[in-house]
Write a protein that binds this ligand. Structure first.
Ligand SMILES: Cc1cc2nc3c(=O)[nH]c(=O)nc-3n(C[C@H](O)[C@H](O)[C@H](O)COP(=O)(O)OP(=O)(O)OC[C@H]3O[C@@H](n4cnc5c(N)ncnc54)[C@H](O)[C@@H]3O)c2cc1C
Length: 446
Protein backbone atom coordinates (compact mmCIF):
# COMPACT_ATOMS: atom_id res chain seq x y z
CA UNK A 1 0.00 0.00 0.00
CA UNK A 2 1.49 3.40 -0.84
CA UNK A 3 1.76 6.16 1.71
CA UNK A 4 -1.26 8.11 0.52
CA UNK A 5 -3.56 5.10 0.56
CA UNK A 6 -2.15 4.05 3.89
CA UNK A 7 -2.94 7.46 5.38
CA UNK A 8 -6.43 7.40 3.88
CA UNK A 9 -7.24 3.96 5.18
CA UNK A 10 -6.08 4.87 8.64
CA UNK A 11 -8.16 8.00 8.67
CA UNK A 12 -11.15 5.88 7.82
CA UNK A 13 -10.34 3.07 10.17
CA UNK A 14 -8.80 4.81 13.16
CA UNK A 15 -5.55 4.34 14.98
CA UNK A 16 -5.74 0.56 15.20
CA UNK A 17 -4.61 0.08 11.61
CA UNK A 18 -1.39 1.99 12.18
CA UNK A 19 0.01 -0.32 14.75
CA UNK A 20 -0.02 -3.89 13.60
CA UNK A 21 0.69 -5.94 16.67
CA UNK A 22 0.81 -9.62 17.53
CA UNK A 23 -1.27 -10.17 20.64
CA UNK A 24 -0.26 -12.41 23.53
CA UNK A 25 -2.66 -14.22 25.82
CA UNK A 26 -2.03 -11.82 28.72
CA UNK A 27 -3.29 -8.91 26.63
CA UNK A 28 0.17 -7.44 25.97
CA UNK A 29 1.50 -7.38 22.44
CA UNK A 30 4.64 -7.20 20.39
CA UNK A 31 4.76 -4.55 17.67
CA UNK A 32 5.37 -5.72 14.13
CA UNK A 33 8.13 -3.43 12.88
CA UNK A 34 8.00 -2.48 9.20
CA UNK A 35 11.36 -1.93 7.46
CA UNK A 36 12.53 1.52 6.38
CA UNK A 37 12.49 1.55 2.54
CA UNK A 38 15.68 2.44 0.67
CA UNK A 39 14.36 3.52 -2.72
CA UNK A 40 11.64 6.18 -2.42
CA UNK A 41 13.74 8.78 -4.25
CA UNK A 42 12.99 11.37 -1.56
CA UNK A 43 15.98 13.13 0.01
CA UNK A 44 16.30 15.77 2.71
CA UNK A 45 17.38 16.68 6.23
CA UNK A 46 14.58 17.02 8.75
CA UNK A 47 15.17 18.07 12.36
CA UNK A 48 12.48 17.32 14.94
CA UNK A 49 12.54 19.14 18.30
CA UNK A 50 10.83 17.23 21.11
CA UNK A 51 10.33 13.48 21.31
CA UNK A 52 6.89 13.38 22.91
CA UNK A 53 3.61 12.14 21.46
CA UNK A 54 3.84 14.28 18.33
CA UNK A 55 7.62 14.48 17.83
CA UNK A 56 8.40 10.77 18.24
CA UNK A 57 5.60 9.88 15.81
CA UNK A 58 6.69 12.37 13.12
CA UNK A 59 10.32 11.19 13.35
CA UNK A 60 9.25 7.56 12.95
CA UNK A 61 6.86 8.12 10.05
CA UNK A 62 9.26 10.41 8.15
CA UNK A 63 11.66 7.46 7.99
CA UNK A 64 9.04 4.76 7.54
CA UNK A 65 7.35 6.54 4.64
CA UNK A 66 10.27 8.60 3.36
CA UNK A 67 12.97 5.94 3.42
CA UNK A 68 16.66 6.05 4.15
CA UNK A 69 17.25 9.12 1.94
CA UNK A 70 15.46 11.26 4.51
CA UNK A 71 17.83 12.03 7.37
CA UNK A 72 15.83 12.59 10.54
CA UNK A 73 17.43 14.05 13.66
CA UNK A 74 15.28 14.02 16.78
CA UNK A 75 16.51 16.40 19.47
CA UNK A 76 15.02 15.61 22.87
CA UNK A 77 15.95 17.07 26.24
CA UNK A 78 15.18 13.93 28.29
CA UNK A 79 16.68 10.44 27.98
CA UNK A 80 13.17 8.91 28.08
CA UNK A 81 9.57 10.00 27.66
CA UNK A 82 7.01 9.70 30.46
CA UNK A 83 3.43 9.50 29.24
CA UNK A 84 0.92 12.01 30.58
CA UNK A 85 -1.82 9.73 29.35
CA UNK A 86 -2.83 7.37 32.20
CA UNK A 87 -0.75 9.40 34.68
CA UNK A 88 -3.83 10.21 36.76
CA UNK A 89 -3.89 6.56 37.77
CA UNK A 90 -0.42 6.99 39.33
CA UNK A 91 -2.07 9.43 41.76
CA UNK A 92 -4.37 6.68 42.99
CA UNK A 93 -1.64 4.03 43.23
CA UNK A 94 -3.14 1.93 40.43
CA UNK A 95 0.02 2.35 38.35
CA UNK A 96 3.68 2.99 39.04
CA UNK A 97 5.11 6.07 37.32
CA UNK A 98 7.86 3.91 35.74
CA UNK A 99 5.17 1.94 33.83
CA UNK A 100 4.63 5.13 31.77
CA UNK A 101 8.25 5.42 30.58
CA UNK A 102 9.10 5.01 26.88
CA UNK A 103 12.60 4.77 25.38
CA UNK A 104 13.93 6.02 22.04
CA UNK A 105 15.83 2.80 21.26
CA UNK A 106 13.45 1.57 18.52
CA UNK A 107 13.34 4.96 16.81
CA UNK A 108 17.13 4.98 16.56
CA UNK A 109 17.90 1.24 16.33
CA UNK A 110 15.14 0.18 13.94
CA UNK A 111 14.02 3.30 12.08
CA UNK A 112 17.45 4.95 11.87
CA UNK A 113 16.40 8.23 13.48
CA UNK A 114 19.44 10.09 14.89
CA UNK A 115 18.37 10.74 18.46
CA UNK A 116 20.31 13.59 20.10
CA UNK A 117 19.87 14.18 23.82
CA UNK A 118 20.03 17.97 24.05
CA UNK A 119 17.89 21.03 24.62
CA UNK A 120 17.30 23.37 21.69
CA UNK A 121 17.99 26.91 22.90
CA UNK A 122 17.40 28.96 19.77
CA UNK A 123 16.05 28.74 16.24
CA UNK A 124 17.67 30.60 13.37
CA UNK A 125 14.78 30.63 10.90
CA UNK A 126 16.76 32.54 8.27
CA UNK A 127 19.87 30.39 8.28
CA UNK A 128 17.84 27.20 8.96
CA UNK A 129 19.78 26.14 12.04
CA UNK A 130 18.81 25.11 15.55
CA UNK A 131 21.31 25.97 18.28
CA UNK A 132 21.70 23.68 21.27
CA UNK A 133 22.09 24.64 24.91
CA UNK A 134 25.75 24.23 25.82
CA UNK A 135 26.92 24.65 22.22
CA UNK A 136 26.51 22.95 18.88
CA UNK A 137 24.09 23.56 16.01
CA UNK A 138 22.14 21.38 13.61
CA UNK A 139 21.06 22.54 10.14
CA UNK A 140 17.82 21.55 8.44
CA UNK A 141 15.84 21.62 5.21
CA UNK A 142 12.62 21.24 7.21
CA UNK A 143 12.19 21.73 10.96
CA UNK A 144 9.37 20.17 12.99
CA UNK A 145 8.76 21.70 16.41
CA UNK A 146 6.94 19.44 18.87
CA UNK A 147 8.07 20.72 22.28
CA UNK A 148 4.72 20.51 24.08
CA UNK A 149 3.84 23.28 26.53
CA UNK A 150 5.11 25.55 29.25
CA UNK A 151 3.13 26.41 32.38
CA UNK A 152 2.44 29.89 33.77
CA UNK A 153 2.77 30.78 37.43
CA UNK A 154 -0.54 30.95 39.28
CA UNK A 155 -1.33 34.37 40.87
CA UNK A 156 0.55 34.68 44.16
CA UNK A 157 3.33 32.29 43.18
CA UNK A 158 6.86 33.56 42.66
CA UNK A 159 8.77 30.55 41.33
CA UNK A 160 8.14 27.53 39.11
CA UNK A 161 10.04 25.55 41.76
CA UNK A 162 6.92 25.72 43.96
CA UNK A 163 5.28 23.33 41.46
CA UNK A 164 8.08 20.81 42.06
CA UNK A 165 7.63 20.71 45.82
CA UNK A 166 4.64 22.36 47.50
CA UNK A 167 1.84 22.59 44.91
CA UNK A 168 2.54 20.17 42.03
CA UNK A 169 0.42 20.63 38.91
CA UNK A 170 1.52 17.23 37.53
CA UNK A 171 0.22 18.32 34.12
CA UNK A 172 3.45 17.08 32.63
CA UNK A 173 4.02 13.55 33.95
CA UNK A 174 7.22 12.98 35.89
CA UNK A 175 8.51 13.80 39.37
CA UNK A 176 5.54 16.10 40.04
CA UNK A 177 3.16 13.19 39.48
CA UNK A 178 4.91 11.16 42.18
CA UNK A 179 5.08 14.22 44.43
CA UNK A 180 1.31 14.79 44.12
CA UNK A 181 0.69 11.10 44.89
CA UNK A 182 2.90 11.36 47.99
CA UNK A 183 1.13 14.51 49.19
CA UNK A 184 -2.27 12.85 48.77
CA UNK A 185 -1.14 9.80 50.74
CA UNK A 186 0.29 12.01 53.52
CA UNK A 187 -2.83 14.21 53.75
CA UNK A 188 -4.76 13.70 57.00
CA UNK A 189 -8.27 12.29 56.47
CA UNK A 190 -10.91 14.99 56.58
CA UNK A 191 -8.74 17.63 54.86
CA UNK A 192 -9.67 18.71 51.34
CA UNK A 193 -7.88 18.67 47.98
CA UNK A 194 -8.29 21.90 45.99
CA UNK A 195 -7.75 21.58 42.24
CA UNK A 196 -7.93 24.43 39.72
CA UNK A 197 -8.68 24.27 35.98
CA UNK A 198 -7.50 27.03 33.60
CA UNK A 199 -9.57 28.55 30.82
CA UNK A 200 -9.58 26.48 27.61
CA UNK A 201 -7.61 25.85 25.47
CA UNK A 202 -5.47 23.66 27.70
CA UNK A 203 -3.82 20.22 27.38
CA UNK A 204 -6.32 17.33 27.37
CA UNK A 205 -9.83 18.81 27.67
CA UNK A 206 -11.34 15.93 29.75
CA UNK A 207 -8.14 15.44 31.80
CA UNK A 208 -8.93 17.68 34.81
CA UNK A 209 -12.42 16.20 35.23
CA UNK A 210 -10.92 12.71 34.91
CA UNK A 211 -8.47 13.62 37.66
CA UNK A 212 -11.29 14.89 39.89
CA UNK A 213 -13.09 11.56 39.43
CA UNK A 214 -10.17 9.21 40.11
CA UNK A 215 -8.95 11.26 43.07
CA UNK A 216 -12.50 11.32 44.47
CA UNK A 217 -12.70 7.55 44.02
CA UNK A 218 -9.47 7.19 45.98
CA UNK A 219 -10.51 9.67 48.69
CA UNK A 220 -13.77 7.77 49.14
CA UNK A 221 -11.84 4.61 50.03
CA UNK A 222 -8.77 6.08 51.76
CA UNK A 223 -9.58 9.46 53.33
CA UNK A 224 -12.98 9.46 55.03
CA UNK A 225 -14.44 12.95 55.34
CA UNK A 226 -12.19 14.43 52.61
CA UNK A 227 -13.40 15.94 49.36
CA UNK A 228 -11.95 17.49 46.22
CA UNK A 229 -13.00 21.06 45.46
CA UNK A 230 -12.69 21.83 41.75
CA UNK A 231 -12.31 25.51 40.84
CA UNK A 232 -12.99 25.74 37.11
CA UNK A 233 -12.19 29.01 35.30
CA UNK A 234 -14.56 27.89 32.53
CA UNK A 235 -18.31 28.53 32.69
CA UNK A 236 -18.98 24.77 32.86
CA UNK A 237 -17.53 21.34 32.21
CA UNK A 238 -15.65 21.72 28.92
CA UNK A 239 -16.29 18.25 27.41
CA UNK A 240 -18.34 15.11 28.19
CA UNK A 241 -20.66 17.24 30.28
CA UNK A 242 -23.25 14.51 30.91
CA UNK A 243 -20.79 11.85 32.03
CA UNK A 244 -18.87 14.16 34.38
CA UNK A 245 -22.02 15.81 35.76
CA UNK A 246 -23.45 12.37 36.51
CA UNK A 247 -20.18 11.34 38.17
CA UNK A 248 -19.87 14.51 40.26
CA UNK A 249 -23.54 14.55 41.33
CA UNK A 250 -24.04 10.78 41.59
CA UNK A 251 -21.05 8.49 42.20
CA UNK A 252 -19.11 11.28 43.93
CA UNK A 253 -21.93 13.29 45.52
CA UNK A 254 -20.48 15.01 48.58
CA UNK A 255 -16.92 14.18 47.50
CA UNK A 256 -16.52 16.30 44.36
CA UNK A 257 -17.47 19.93 44.95
CA UNK A 258 -17.47 21.47 41.46
CA UNK A 259 -17.45 25.28 41.19
CA UNK A 260 -17.54 26.72 37.62
CA UNK A 261 -16.73 30.34 36.73
CA UNK A 262 -14.05 30.46 39.43
CA UNK A 263 -11.19 32.86 38.81
CA UNK A 264 -8.18 32.09 41.01
CA UNK A 265 -6.66 35.28 42.44
CA UNK A 266 -4.11 33.81 44.85
CA UNK A 267 -2.37 30.50 45.47
CA UNK A 268 -0.29 30.40 48.64
CA UNK A 269 1.98 27.39 48.40
CA UNK A 270 3.29 27.99 51.94
CA UNK A 271 -0.10 28.31 53.65
CA UNK A 272 -1.82 25.86 51.25
CA UNK A 273 -4.69 28.22 50.54
CA UNK A 274 -6.43 29.13 47.31
CA UNK A 275 -8.40 32.35 46.90
CA UNK A 276 -10.85 32.72 44.03
CA UNK A 277 -13.63 35.00 42.78
CA UNK A 278 -16.95 33.52 41.74
CA UNK A 279 -19.12 34.79 38.89
CA UNK A 280 -20.53 37.68 40.95
CA UNK A 281 -17.07 38.70 42.13
CA UNK A 282 -17.35 37.33 45.65
CA UNK A 283 -13.91 36.34 46.93
CA UNK A 284 -13.45 33.15 48.97
CA UNK A 285 -10.32 31.62 50.47
CA UNK A 286 -10.13 27.85 50.83
CA UNK A 287 -7.70 26.07 53.13
CA UNK A 288 -6.49 22.79 51.66
CA UNK A 289 -4.65 19.64 52.67
CA UNK A 290 -3.31 19.38 49.11
CA UNK A 291 -3.35 22.09 46.42
CA UNK A 292 -3.23 20.93 42.79
CA UNK A 293 -3.29 23.97 40.53
CA UNK A 294 -3.45 23.15 36.81
CA UNK A 295 -1.93 26.36 35.44
CA UNK A 296 -2.65 28.26 32.24
CA UNK A 297 -0.47 26.94 29.43
CA UNK A 298 1.38 28.31 26.43
CA UNK A 299 3.74 27.21 23.66
CA UNK A 300 7.34 27.23 24.92
CA UNK A 301 9.43 30.41 24.99
CA UNK A 302 11.64 28.84 22.28
CA UNK A 303 8.80 29.40 19.79
CA UNK A 304 7.94 32.83 21.17
CA UNK A 305 11.56 33.97 20.74
CA UNK A 306 11.48 32.71 17.15
CA UNK A 307 8.36 34.84 16.49
CA UNK A 308 6.18 31.81 15.80
CA UNK A 309 3.25 32.52 18.16
CA UNK A 310 -0.15 34.11 17.58
CA UNK A 311 -0.53 37.69 18.81
CA UNK A 312 -3.80 36.77 20.60
CA UNK A 313 -2.88 36.77 24.32
CA UNK A 314 -5.64 34.21 25.01
CA UNK A 315 -4.16 31.77 22.49
CA UNK A 316 -0.38 31.79 22.95
CA UNK A 317 0.29 28.96 20.50
CA UNK A 318 1.71 28.64 16.98
CA UNK A 319 -0.71 29.18 14.06
CA UNK A 320 -0.17 26.64 11.27
CA UNK A 321 -1.52 25.59 7.90
CA UNK A 322 -3.19 22.30 8.81
CA UNK A 323 -2.47 20.83 5.36
CA UNK A 324 1.21 20.61 6.33
CA UNK A 325 1.48 22.11 9.86
CA UNK A 326 3.89 24.68 8.40
CA UNK A 327 3.88 27.96 10.29
CA UNK A 328 1.59 30.62 8.82
CA UNK A 329 3.70 33.42 10.31
CA UNK A 330 5.38 35.29 7.41
CA UNK A 331 9.06 34.58 6.72
CA UNK A 332 9.24 31.27 8.60
CA UNK A 333 9.52 28.88 5.66
CA UNK A 334 10.19 25.23 6.36
CA UNK A 335 9.16 25.39 10.05
CA UNK A 336 6.32 23.07 11.05
CA UNK A 337 4.67 22.97 14.50
CA UNK A 338 2.68 19.97 15.74
CA UNK A 339 1.19 18.77 19.03
CA UNK A 340 0.16 20.94 21.95
CA UNK A 341 2.30 23.90 20.86
CA UNK A 342 0.28 24.38 17.67
CA UNK A 343 -2.88 26.46 17.37
CA UNK A 344 -5.59 24.52 15.53
CA UNK A 345 -9.25 23.66 16.02
CA UNK A 346 -8.28 20.19 17.25
CA UNK A 347 -7.87 19.36 20.95
CA UNK A 348 -4.48 19.43 22.65
CA UNK A 349 -4.19 15.68 23.08
CA UNK A 350 -1.66 12.91 22.54
CA UNK A 351 -3.85 11.00 20.10
CA UNK A 352 -4.32 14.14 17.98
CA UNK A 353 -0.58 14.89 18.25
CA UNK A 354 0.06 11.45 16.73
CA UNK A 355 -2.41 12.19 13.91
CA UNK A 356 -0.97 15.64 13.24
CA UNK A 357 2.46 14.01 13.10
CA UNK A 358 1.31 11.71 10.31
CA UNK A 359 -0.29 14.53 8.30
CA UNK A 360 2.88 16.59 8.78
CA UNK A 361 5.24 13.72 7.84
CA UNK A 362 3.22 13.01 4.70
CA UNK A 363 3.21 16.71 3.74
CA UNK A 364 6.95 17.15 4.31
CA UNK A 365 7.76 14.12 2.19
CA UNK A 366 5.56 15.40 -0.62
CA UNK A 367 7.19 18.84 -0.38
CA UNK A 368 10.68 17.29 -0.43
CA UNK A 369 9.57 15.41 -3.56
CA UNK A 370 8.48 18.70 -5.19
CA UNK A 371 4.76 18.00 -4.79
CA UNK A 372 1.96 19.65 -2.83
CA UNK A 373 0.51 18.38 0.48
CA UNK A 374 -2.62 16.23 0.44
CA UNK A 375 -5.47 18.78 0.00
CA UNK A 376 -7.99 16.89 2.17
CA UNK A 377 -6.39 15.45 5.32
CA UNK A 378 -8.46 13.66 7.97
CA UNK A 379 -7.50 13.18 11.62
CA UNK A 380 -9.22 11.50 14.51
CA UNK A 381 -9.13 12.01 18.24
CA UNK A 382 -9.89 9.64 21.09
CA UNK A 383 -9.67 10.25 24.81
CA UNK A 384 -10.52 7.48 27.24
CA UNK A 385 -11.29 8.62 30.75
CA UNK A 386 -11.25 6.47 33.87
CA UNK A 387 -14.19 7.44 36.07
CA UNK A 388 -13.59 4.87 38.81
CA UNK A 389 -10.80 2.30 39.30
CA UNK A 390 -12.72 -0.13 37.05
CA UNK A 391 -14.88 1.93 34.69
CA UNK A 392 -14.17 4.47 31.97
CA UNK A 393 -15.85 6.64 29.35
CA UNK A 394 -14.52 7.89 26.03
CA UNK A 395 -14.77 10.90 23.72
CA UNK A 396 -14.04 10.66 20.03
CA UNK A 397 -14.15 12.85 16.92
CA UNK A 398 -13.10 12.76 13.28
CA UNK A 399 -11.80 16.02 11.79
CA UNK A 400 -11.78 16.80 8.06
CA UNK A 401 -10.10 19.69 6.28
CA UNK A 402 -12.58 22.43 5.44
CA UNK A 403 -11.27 24.45 2.49
CA UNK A 404 -13.57 27.41 3.20
CA UNK A 405 -12.23 28.05 6.70
CA UNK A 406 -8.86 26.32 6.18
CA UNK A 407 -9.41 24.49 9.47
CA UNK A 408 -9.96 20.92 10.60
CA UNK A 409 -13.67 20.54 11.36
CA UNK A 410 -15.93 17.76 12.57
CA UNK A 411 -18.31 17.30 9.61
CA UNK A 412 -21.92 18.23 10.34
CA UNK A 413 -23.12 14.75 9.37
CA UNK A 414 -21.00 13.36 12.24
CA UNK A 415 -23.06 13.83 15.38
CA UNK A 416 -24.14 17.34 14.24
CA UNK A 417 -20.53 18.49 14.09
CA UNK A 418 -19.68 17.54 17.68
CA UNK A 419 -17.51 14.93 19.33
CA UNK A 420 -19.18 11.65 20.32
CA UNK A 421 -19.05 10.52 23.94
CA UNK A 422 -19.68 7.14 25.53
CA UNK A 423 -23.23 7.04 26.93
CA UNK A 424 -21.98 5.98 30.37
CA UNK A 425 -18.86 4.68 32.13
CA UNK A 426 -18.45 0.89 31.84
CA UNK A 427 -15.94 -1.84 32.68
CA UNK A 428 -15.72 -2.74 28.96
CA UNK A 429 -14.62 0.81 28.19
CA UNK A 430 -11.91 0.42 30.84
CA UNK A 431 -10.55 -2.66 29.03
CA UNK A 432 -10.76 -0.86 25.67
CA UNK A 433 -8.87 2.06 27.22
CA UNK A 434 -5.92 -0.18 28.08
CA UNK A 435 -5.84 -1.57 24.52
CA UNK A 436 -6.12 1.92 23.00
CA UNK A 437 -3.31 3.21 25.21
CA UNK A 438 -0.97 0.31 24.36
CA UNK A 439 -1.74 0.75 20.65
CA UNK A 440 -1.18 4.52 20.66
CA UNK A 441 2.09 4.28 22.58
CA UNK A 442 3.27 1.35 20.45
CA UNK A 443 2.48 3.27 17.28
CA UNK A 444 4.44 6.26 18.56
CA UNK A 445 7.53 4.71 20.14
CA UNK A 446 7.93 1.26 18.51
C1 LIG B 1 -3.26 13.90 33.15
C2 LIG B 1 -3.25 13.88 31.65
C3 LIG B 1 -4.01 12.96 30.97
C4 LIG B 1 -4.02 12.93 29.58
N1 LIG B 1 -4.80 12.01 28.93
C5 LIG B 1 -4.86 12.01 27.58
C6 LIG B 1 -5.67 11.06 26.88
O1 LIG B 1 -6.38 10.23 27.47
N2 LIG B 1 -5.66 11.08 25.52
C7 LIG B 1 -4.89 11.96 24.82
O2 LIG B 1 -4.92 11.90 23.59
N3 LIG B 1 -4.13 12.90 25.45
C8 LIG B 1 -4.09 12.95 26.81
N4 LIG B 1 -3.32 13.88 27.46
C9 LIG B 1 -2.65 14.95 26.67
C10 LIG B 1 -1.31 14.52 26.07
O3 LIG B 1 -0.47 13.96 27.03
C11 LIG B 1 -0.64 15.70 25.41
O4 LIG B 1 -1.57 16.37 24.60
C12 LIG B 1 0.54 15.26 24.57
O5 LIG B 1 1.54 14.71 25.39
C13 LIG B 1 1.12 16.41 23.75
O6 LIG B 1 2.14 15.90 22.94
P1 LIG B 1 3.34 16.83 22.47
O7 LIG B 1 4.22 15.97 21.64
O8 LIG B 1 2.83 18.09 21.91
O9 LIG B 1 4.09 17.24 23.83
P2 LIG B 1 4.79 16.31 24.90
O10 LIG B 1 4.21 14.94 24.88
O11 LIG B 1 4.78 17.07 26.16
O12 LIG B 1 6.30 16.19 24.39
C14 LIG B 1 7.13 17.31 24.29
C15 LIG B 1 8.59 16.83 24.34
O13 LIG B 1 9.44 17.89 23.91
C16 LIG B 1 10.59 17.92 24.71
N5 LIG B 1 11.15 19.28 24.65
C17 LIG B 1 10.51 20.43 25.02
N6 LIG B 1 11.30 21.49 24.75
C18 LIG B 1 12.44 21.01 24.22
C19 LIG B 1 13.64 21.65 23.74
N7 LIG B 1 13.79 22.98 23.76
N8 LIG B 1 14.64 20.86 23.27
C20 LIG B 1 14.50 19.50 23.23
N9 LIG B 1 13.38 18.85 23.67
C21 LIG B 1 12.36 19.61 24.15
C22 LIG B 1 10.09 17.51 26.09
O14 LIG B 1 11.15 17.00 26.89
C23 LIG B 1 9.04 16.45 25.73
O15 LIG B 1 9.59 15.15 25.72
C24 LIG B 1 -3.26 13.90 28.86
C25 LIG B 1 -2.50 14.85 29.55
C26 LIG B 1 -2.49 14.85 30.93
C27 LIG B 1 -1.65 15.87 31.66
Amino acid sequence: MDRRNFLGSVAAGGLGLFAMRSARADGSSTPVLFPVPTNTGIKGNVVVVGGGMAGAAVAKYLRLWGGSGVNVTLIEASPKYTSNIMSNTVLTGQRQLSSLDYAYATLSGHYGVSVVKATVARIDATGRWVHLQGGGSVGYDRLVLAPGLEFDLMPGMSSLQEYETLVPHAWRAGPQTQRLRDLLVAMPAGRNVVMTIPKAPYRCPPGPYERACVVADWLKRNKPGSKIIVLDANPGIVVERDNFTNAFNGTYAGIVDYRPDSTVTQVSSAALTVTYKDIVGKETTLAAGVVNPIPPQRAPQLLNAAGLLSSDPDRPFAPVDVLSYESTVPDKPGIHVIGDASLTTQPKAGHIGNQQAKTCADAILRLLAGKQPNPSPVTNSACYTPITSTTATWLSAVYQYDAATKTMMIPLQHNKGGAIAAPAPTADNYEDMLTWFATLMGDTFS
